[in-house]
Ligand binder design. Sequence first.
Ligand SMILES: Nc1ncnc2c1ncn2[C@@H]1O[C@H](COP(=O)(O)OP(=O)(O)OP(=O)(O)O)[C@@H](O)[C@H]1O
Length: 280
Amino acid sequence: MVTAADSIIAVRGVTNRFGTQTVHQDLDLDVRRGEVLGVVGGSGTGKSVLLRTIIGLQQPASGSVHVLGGDLMTLDADARSRIERRFGVLFQRGALFSSLTVAENVALPLIEYAGLSRDDAEHLAEVKLALAGLPPEAGAKMPSELSGGMVKRAALARALALDPDILFLDEPTAGLDPIGAAAFDRLIVTLRDALGLTVFLVTHDLDTLYAICDRVAVLSNRKVLVNDRIDAVAATDDAWIQDYFHGPRGRAAEVARTTHAPRATAAPSASPTADSSEQR
Ligand SMILES: Nc1ncnc2c1ncn2[C@@H]1O[C@H](COP(=O)(O)OP(=O)(O)OP(=O)(O)O)[C@@H](O)[C@H]1O
């Protein structure tokens, strides 16, 4: 059995309510150091609210959230902020500042939180953009000039700016075509391996689950119904899980995994480079 001590994130007994709606009730979840954990569930089951709770943007009605050895509910503001700076977050819509260039977007946290000079921050931003697979010329562009896939990569570069321990990704492949999504999946694994990240990934994308997740947590009925390796999750006796994993899309993703042909994808590349096929 996994104890809170084995976990980089340990959520215990969390309840979240909005008015009369209870989204989570006594929810427990463990995330192990170095894993890619996929979080799935029907629409409105509270995946994004759970992510927001773990990163401290949503105060639960009750329960505790231990992250990186600290209890976010009881720490003072300074200690809490030190832990929160070790998070990198990629929100669902990328959330870049539209009035700043891509490089300025990535440099901003380095100036604000790491106290770097503008020159140093923009130099380091170039490194982060390359790490996220963007070409050097992308830094000078405005977010509106980028393709959908490049916006995701720019937002990822910003999430990596402060060398996080944990990367939180909310629907990172939503809106990407299958080849762009497969390239993004590979990038996440490459970065996890190279940087020793732990990845908390909210997704609806079955191909992503099969391709990169070490374990999958399913949210249902206000709790984590199961959190296990994907084969064990797919075998769980639950109507939503059976429909999701063994419906037509689930079968296709499983076949792609077992035939080593994820999506309609190009050959994997060793270095993370932007894929020209990403949606524009
Ligand atoms: N700030 C808020 N105020 C009121 N209700 C909220 C708020 N945030 C989320 N909710 C509600 O909480 C529930 C869970 O929302 P959440 O966004 O976490 O779902 P989700 O599982 O991520 O859904 P999806 O897969 O559709 O993105 C929804 O019913 C949503 O309307």
